[in-house]
Write a protein that binds this ligand. Structure first.
Ligand code: KIV
Ligand code: ZN
Length: 509
């Protein structure tokens, strides 16, 4: 058995199924580029038959990846498999990923099929897919609640029909590590060998409903799984999937225990998680393992003393090893373009001269109101000023009157809608409510504000505020993010960003 664990990233497919995490095509492309830098082996770019937007995303990412295999998901139906292949055929390394449920509950109530019919469907679907590519993965959906012996039969059908990766998902996050590793070992030990002598790779895909996704994934690896399916930050359907960074760092830090390698460049972990957090406009929780701001913070005196004497006393990983930048003061009013250019490169962004000029101008403007400019500020400027997708709605000006006596808080907003300038004023219970009401008057869309949060990007009372909002409009949810030294302005940007995402999604689907 190989000592290399294949890392299959499904952030763009299962991760995108996480509530409020929908990404535009440009955002998916940006994340896929970063995943290649991270060194994942497989990028599952979407489910082509599900929508024209997903088809396009898979097709585009398939055409652009240099090293990673690109997978497209398909149900075990000919039209789904054909759509997956049509989207994937331009890839250097395409993979068709077929799934069908194998648990009694799913077969009886969801599929309304007998076990024998499901076995036939597996044979038919995998045989159809291998006509397009030998790189076919088959997943037994709800494997952890399937009968172990039926699971073996289902996997045998897939292997004999040509699948060379067999994935056992814990679809509903029900498994416990010991049981799950026993199930994985049972399947590995009892399935047939591939007739062509090629190695069959066993894979797992764990959900986090009971908080066990990473533990179950690692238990399966110990039992012989050599592919793990995971998402950046653990985003995904319901409580999410196994967090890629946690699985990878467990294998890395506890190499003494697992004795296994991955192809991941661990220094790219932190920049990748940050990028995703910005794209889906969800802040990284402070106590998140590996990448949370508190992961390397030592509050207690005893711990601080220990770390000063020897880091290893209370730190099992070096922050450098996952690419956490030292929070160095980098720029100010007098910093030059050349220093900015090398900082942008160090942060992992490739910008052209014109884009660097845009960041430089924005940095100078920010330096007028903020004395110290940190890496996080530069990253926020890049994402706000350069990489922001051309938008339907743009903020031009914002004016606020707010006092605790007399007239209620009032906002005046000037913004463009498809390039045309519009202006409106509105009252609110507070200044932010007034801003949102004025924007809603301009865009003429009723909305519900589902979530609002504000964080300081860096320390200091002049720090840029980073606001995240979640809007619900006609039953559709979208998150938006905005940053600015003035939190009211940041709030307006976040709100408009969410409206743009809703508009963009409407166009793509
Ligand atoms: O959770 C699951 O079972 C899945 C499959 C489609 C692999 O996402
Ligand atoms: Zn899943």
């Amino acid at each position: 058995m190989s000592d290399r664990v294949i890392i299959f990233d499904t952030t763009l497919r299962d991760g995108e199924q996480s509530p409020g995490s929908t990404m535009s095509l440009e955002e998916k492309i940006r994340l896929a580029r970063r995943l290649e830098l991270l060194g994942v082996d497989v990028i599952e770019a979407g489910y082509p038959a599900s929508s024209p937007g997903d088809f396009k995303a898979v097709e585009t990412i398939a055409g652009m990846c240099e090293h990673a295999e690109v997978a497209g998901l398909a149900r075990a139906f000919v039209p789904d498999i054909d759509a997956a292949w049509n989207a994937l055929k331009g890839a250097k390394k395409p993979r068709i990923h077929i799934f069908v449920a194998t648990s009694p509950l799913h077969m009886e109530f969801k599929l309304r099929k007998t076990p024998a019919e499901v076995l036939d469907q597996i044979r038919m679907a995998v045989s159809h897919a291998v006509r397009y590519t030998p790189n076919v993965e088959f997943s037994c959906e709800d494997a952890s609640r399937s009968e172990p012996d039926f699971l073996v039969k289902a996997c045998n059908e897939a292997i004999l029909a040509g699948a060379r990766t067999i994935n056992l998902p814990d679809t509903v996050g029900y498994a416990q590590p010991e049981d799950f590793s026993a199930l994985v070992a049972h399947v590995i030990n009892n399935t047939v060998k591939a007739p062509d002598g090629q190695e069959v790779i066993f894979s797992v895909h764990c959900h986090n409903d009971l908080g066990m996704a990473v533990a179950n994934t690692l238990a399966a690896v110990k039992a012989g799984a050599r592919q793990v399916e995971a998402t950046v930050g653990g985003i995904g359907e319901r409580a999410g999937n196994a967090a890629l960074e946690e699985v990878v760092m467990a294998l890395h830090v506890r190499k003494d225990y697992y004795g296994l390698e991955t192809g991941v460049t661990t220094q790219q972990i932190y920049p990748t998680v940050r990028l995703l957090s910005r794209i889906v406009a969800q802040p990284i929780p402070l106590n998140k393992p590996i990448v949370g701001a508190n992961a390397f913070a030592h509050e207690s005196g005893i711990h601080q003393d220990g770390v000063l004497k020897h880091r290893g006393t209370y730190e099992i990983m070096d922050p450098d090893s996952i690419g956490v930048p030292a929070n160095t003061l980098i720029m100010g009013k007098h910093s030059g373009r050349r220093a900015l250019t090398s900082k942008i490169q160090a942060l992992g962004y490739k910008l052209n001269d014109e884009q660097i000029d845009m960041v430089f101008a924005a940095m100078k403007k920010l330096a007028d109101v903020k004395k110290n400019i940190f890496d996080e500020d530069i990253e926020a400027l890049i994402l706000e000023e350069v990489l922001r997708i051309p938008d339907k709605y743009e903020l031009v000006h914002l004016g606020i009157h707010s006092s605790d006596i007399g007239v209620p808080p009032t906002a005046m907003i000037v913004m463009t809608v498809d390039g045309e300038e519009k202006q409106k004023s509105a009252f609110g219970v507070g200044p932010i409510d007034a801003v949102f009401n004025a924007i809603a008057k301009i865009t003429n869309h009723p909305y519900t504000l589902d979530r609002y949060s504000v964080n300081a990007i860096t320390g200091g009372s002049d720090a840029q505020g980073e606001v995240t909002v979640r809007l619900v409009q006609n039953g559709r949810k979208a998150v938006g993010r905005g940053s600015h030294p003035d939190v009211i302005n940041a709030s307006a940007r976040a709100f408009i960003n969410a409206l743009n995402r809703l508009a963009k999604r409407h166009e793509e689907h």
